[in-house]
Design a binder for this molecule. Structure first.
Ligand SMILES: [Ca+2]
Length: 531
């Protein structure tokens, strides 16, 4: 009998704090019992699973483990290694120092569920179909953890999944799946373990999910490599730090960024957004109680919000420290591919905006750090990489075959040897959401130098808003919209056709490019249930 089966059948207890719960429904499942314990309960059902995994185990021998850490709404620069002046993130910084930091990483749709689906499948939102935060990842689509499992890996997902708002049941491709409905809560989230009825585990989300991931990583994996996908809630709104970090930044002044007051040449919708749910004069995710408020002194609410956001990141860094410490102690550190990233960017007052969704830099830039000595050490990569590239890259590092439908490219060779043929431009897509009427339909092109943004109306006719053009080499903060400047007329024409070409190349012909009608920026708040 293989070691894993013995180990699990002996009912190994692990120390995750939890309330007394009923048994889980299946075998090979987490089961909560007795107030403070979790039991790995396995019975005969393993036979068929085991046959498949044994076949894969031979194939997978010697291949690296994967620890995938996905943060939610982590800004690209919200870590000291990316130049943040106030946040101390020693554990993330160490991953970067010993691995690779991709300084120009972008999401292709800056919205949680679509971007998560892109990271897993390597496809654009229009190709995987998760176009909003309420759509399930289609079960028929291959994703990289599932592909690793087919090739012999032991796989788990723990934490925020957030594709399918009301569904906390297991998804295909994972041996173990632990999640919750919707956004989860910073404190006392109800967790469903492998489909069992959800029960509250008291405590701080970041700590709980780290406890669970560690216990799983410590399991006997039966000689197989493993892939742990850990989905943090942090630092997503509504920002609630642990008590010990609630006042860490009290002495740090956070003004509105200068770009919030440089809107003269921007399309009118950006000014309209200022006073909404997604603008700096709005409620700021409950950090401002009386709104809108554009008095200068109301910047204090903004400052408090940013402090809260930063505080949640300190706990994420602690989590990274614990996970890496375990890998080191257990001798697995250098044989584990650690990917640390965010799902989408976040506007922190830039252009008067909070939240994300737009094609501006703070919204589309995301952090990506990869530590794996087999890739490279102490390197900063400046080439543009995308969420779409994660799937092919992980599969290559793990020696697994590629998947159908991937629209990204593996960066493995590019990192190791350089690649003169690496992409120099790519397109961005976002569709207007009726539930969050603060961002238009967006189609944009980002080249190594330029950002060009269009706002289709959604009726196939003329664009709804004027275009934007920024020269990122001299204006990285996007303060001067050049789209209507005569001297750049040819540049605009050329970028407009390159955008169209890139979209067709990505499967988005004008006929196929369906989107809702842009009904404009509205003052109303989103429904309480989906904030
Ligand atoms: Ca997100």
């Amino acid at each position: 009998m293989p070691r894993r089966e013995v180990g699990v059948a002996q009912k190994r207890w692990v120390g995750v704090t939890g309330p007394e719960l009923a048994l889980g429904r299946g075998m090979g499942r987490f089961v909560f019992l007795g107030g403070v314990r979790v039991l790995w309960c396995v019975a005969g059902l393993l036979t068929s699973v085991l046959a498949a995994s044994l076949a894969g185990a031979a194939e997978a021998k010697g291949r690296p483990n994967v620890l995938f850490i996905l943060c939610d709404d982590l800004r690209w620069n919200a870590m000291a290694c990316a130049g943040h002046g106030s946040l101390k993130t020693p554990h993330i910084d160490r991953l970067a120092a010993e691995g690779v930091r991709f300084a120009n990483t972008f999401c292709t749709t800056s919205l949680c569920s679509p971007s998560r689906a892109s990271i897993l499948t390597g496809r654009y939102a229009h190709a995987h179909g998760v176009r909003d935060n309420f759509t399930e990842l289609p079960a028929r689509l291959p994703h990289w953890p599932g592909r690793l499992r087919e090739s012999g890996y032991h796989t788990a997902y723990m934490g925020k999944w957030h594709m399918g708002e009301e569904n906390d049941k297991p998804r295909a491709g994972f041996d173990d799946f632990v999640t919750h409905k919707g956004q989860g809560k910073y404190f006392d989230t109800p967790w469903s373990v492998n489909g069992a009825e959800a029960k509250v585990i008291p405590g701080y989300y970041t700590t709980t999910v780290t406890d669970m991931a560690l216990e799983w990583m410590k399991r006997d994996h039966g000689g197989r490599p493993w892939a742990m996908c850990l989905g943090h809630k942090a630092p997503h709104s509504f920002y609630t730090p642990e008590e010990k970090y609630a006042h860490t930044f009290d002495g740090v002044r956070v003004p509105y960024p200068a770009t919030a007051f440089q809107l003269a040449d921007k399309p009118a919708w950006i000014k309209d957004r200022l006073y909404t749910w997604h603008g700096i004069y709005g409620p700021l995710f409950d950090w401002r109680k009386k709104f809108p408020d554009d008095r200068p002194e109301a910047v204090k609410d903004f400052e408090n919000m940013v402090h809260g956001y930063w505080g949640t990141i300190l706990s994420v860094d602690d989590s990274v420290g614990r996970l890496v410490a375990y890998l080191k102690e257990s001798g697995q550190l250098d044989n584990t591919v650690i990917l640390f990233m965010g799902d989408n960017g976040l506007l922190e007052g830039e252009h008067g905006m909070v939240d994300k969704r737009t094609a501006h830099e703070a919204s589309i830039r995301i952090p990506l750090v990869v530590r794996y000595p087999g890739l490279a050490s102490g390197k900063v990569v400046s080439a543009q990489v995308l969420t779409l590239d994660v799937a092919p890259s992980v599969l290559e590092l793990c020696g697994a075959s590629s998947m159908d439908g991937v629209q990204g490219r593996s960066w493995v060779r590019m990192v190791r040897e350089g690649d003169a043929a690496w992409r120099t431009s790519w397109f961005y897509e976002y569709n207007y959401e009726k539930q969050f009427p603060y961002t238009p339909n967006v189609r944009a092109l980002r080249t190594d130098r330029w950002k060009f943004i269009r706002y289709p109306h959604g009726d196939g006719g003329a664009d709804r808003h004027p275009e934007e053009l920024y020269d990122l080499t001299v204006d990285p903060d996007e303060t001067r919209n050049l789209a209507a400047v005569e001297v750049h007329r040819e540049t605009v024409a050329s970028l407009r056709s390159e955008l169209a070409r890139r979209m067709v190349e990505g499967g988005l012909t004008p006929e196929r490019d369906k989107m809702p009608l842009d009904e404009g920026v509205k003052k109303e708040l989103p429904d309480q249930k989906i904030r």
